[in-house]
Design a protein around this ligand. Structure first.
Ligand code: AMP
Length: 536
């Protein structure tokens, strides 16, 4: 017997309709590519999204067609999120920081019909255009008459919108319909597409907004520093209209000084981004003695958040919500929030626990398995391959004929432990684990300890090939500008804090650590670079 409740599909258009009807006056503020701050409301987003839908229809975009973006976090990008997906198209957010060959591969693999780009990327687009013959329309996200000279084949977004009607009725369709597409950064081999659905996106928004997750509400002013081309800015563009929050979009200015200024001016209450972003924000705040009174919490994920960063934010009165996820998990997988029991632990115990990546919300399930795929005990010690399944977790990659699952689970490539209370700790990415004399050394653990040492600004632990031990750990350190640091002192510090076997054999200093297209420390590149450090 079926239940007798209304059967309305979970659609992305419903989010923006809701925000318009019930939070229509709440603001969306953008630090624009052009320079000035732009502000309007959720009602305006809805109106212009309907115009985007009409514009796309006039360009011949049909349901299921891919419309790509090469764009910063701005109001125009937001309108494309709703206008394209809401009308049945697939909003394909392309990461402009990838290598050019990867961009060409991605745009052709996705068979993008339209590419909308910020003027910043015009020189790049001029090079991509001849290599992407399937793209029928290139749209520069600029005012009428401001198409960059290097892309004469493009039309202006605002000219298109000016001619598009504001009248559009969002179609109702199966909630499992594809809504957006995001490629993994593809550190090995070609990038792979993850195709989200309306259903997975809406359910993910509910989960991310829950009190033990991001705890987003209509009282919040949310700043996604995480780019809209990196797993849909962790779903915040969908979550903010769901709860009626004010949304602040930082455009291309992601340095510490610009972010601090924007946060102060707009009264940002919660921000989200990868640790490397917060390193520059924290050093700016410290150097300039800035206080951000409205700022109460920050979601940090995408890479392990060092304990020292959690401490630094806590000293500023900002709660760190340490989260783990992947492009393949929309991305929310786990988030570190305490239950009643953990609230009464000692300060030191709480500090140790905060380092972990946390617990799953309803909708996600995880397990850790050994090499024979047998589940390991949840005792906080046994570590193995982390697997995940859930309502917003990938089933197969875009264009693949075979499932990406094994026994119904997605193998993440991360190595983790889960403790009896359900707190998961990523001990490493399986490829980054340092294998020394049959033992596994966690590079993340080494980095966490090294970051506590004065003068260490950023650090990567990598395995260097070793004739006797297979690999031995090496620390690659980017010092801070303020404090001098030397290898002996750092190694003596490490000796007191990690197992004897895990103490690195050497430390090297570099001016800057390389970063991936998603702003993480590029371990693969460093591993390759330093692989022969001990063998010569
Ligand atoms: P991406 O798909 O680019 O978001 O990368 C996903 C990967 O980032 C995961 O498989 C992890 O290796 C890593 N990652 C994400 N969040 C965390 C975290 N909080 N701690 C450690 N690693 C993380």
């Amino acid at each position: 017997m079926l239940g007798q409740m209304q059967d309305r599909p979970l659609l992305i258009s419903a989010l923006i309709e809701h925000a318009d009807r019930w939070h229509g006056g709440a603001q969306v503020v953008t630090q624009t590519v052009e320079g000035p701050v732009h502000r309007y409301t959720w009602s305006d987003v809805h109106r212009r999204s309907r115009q985007v839908a009409n514009l796309m229809a006039s360009l011949g975009v049909r349901p299921g067609d891919r419309v790509a973006t090469l764009a910063w976090n701005t109001y125009r990008h937001l309108e494309l999120y709703f206008g394209v997906s809401g009308s049945g198209g697939v909003c394909h957010t392309v990461n402009p920081r990838l290598f050019e060959e990867q961009l060409v591969f991605i745009i052709n693999d996705a068979d993008d019909q339209v590419v909308c780009f910020d003027s910043t990327f015009a020189p790049l687009v001029a090079r991509l255009q001849p290599q992407c013959p399937g793209v029928r329309h290139w749209i520069a996200m600029v005012h009428e008459g401001a198409v960059p000279e290097s892309t004469p084949f493009a039309t202006a977004y605002e000219a298109g919108l000016a001619h598009a009607s504001t009248v559009f009725t969002w179609p109702q369709f199966d909630e499992r319909t594809a809504s957006s597409l995001c490629y993994t950064s593809g550190t090995t081999g070609n990038p792979k597409g993850v195709l989200y659905s309306h259903r997975s996106s809406v359910l993910h928004s509910y989960a991310f907004a829950l009190p033990d997750s991001g705890n987003f509400s209509a009282r919040d002013v949310i700043l996604p520093v995480v780019p809209m081309f990196h797993v849909n800015a962790w779903g915040i563009p969908y979550g903010a209209p769901m709860v009626g929050a004010t949304l602040v979009l930082p455009g291309p200015r992601l340095d510490g000084a610009s972010l601090t200024q924007l946060m102060l001016a707009e009264g940002v209450t919660v921000a989200a981004g990868v640790p490397t972003i917060w390193t520059s924000l924290l050093s700016h705040i410290r150097a300039n003695n800035v206080s951000l009174p409205a700022f109460t919490r920050t979601v940090i994920g995408g890479a392990a958040c060092p304990a020292s960063m959690i401490d630094a934010f806590e000293q500023l009165g900002v709660e760190v919500l340490h989260a783990w996820g992947m492009t393949e998990t929309s991305p929310l997988g786990t988030l570190n929030s305490f239950t009643r029991a953990q609230g009464s632990l000692s300060a030191e115990e709480q500090r140790a626990l905060r380092r972990k990546q946390g617990r799953v919300p309803f909708g996600v399930d995880i397990q850790v398995v050994d090499t024979t795929k047998k589940p390991l005990p949840r005792d906080g010690n046994a570590f193995g391959d982390l697997r995940v399944r859930g309502l917003w977790v990938i089933e197969r990659y875009f264009g693949a004929t075979e499932t990406a699952l094994e026994d119904g689970w997605f193998a993440t490539g991360d190595v983790a432990t889960i403790d009896p209370e359900g707190f998961m700790l990523i001990t490493d990415r399986s490829k980054d684990v340092i294998k020394s004399g049959g033992e596994w050394i966690s590079s993340v653990e080494l980095e966490n300890v090294a970051l506590e040492y004065p003068g260490v600004g950023a650090v990567a632990g990598v395995g260097g090939a070793h004739p006797q031990w297979t690999e031995r750990p090496l620390l690659v350190v980017q010092p801070t500008a303020e404090t001098a640091v030397n290898a002996e002192g750092l190694l003596a510090f490490m000796k007191e804090r990690v197992a004897r076997l895990a103490v690195p054999d050497d430390v090297v200093f570099v001016d800057a650590l390389p970063q991936t297209a998603t702003g993480k420390i590029w371990k693969l590149k460093l591993r390759e670079q330093w692989a022969r450090h001990y063998t010569g």
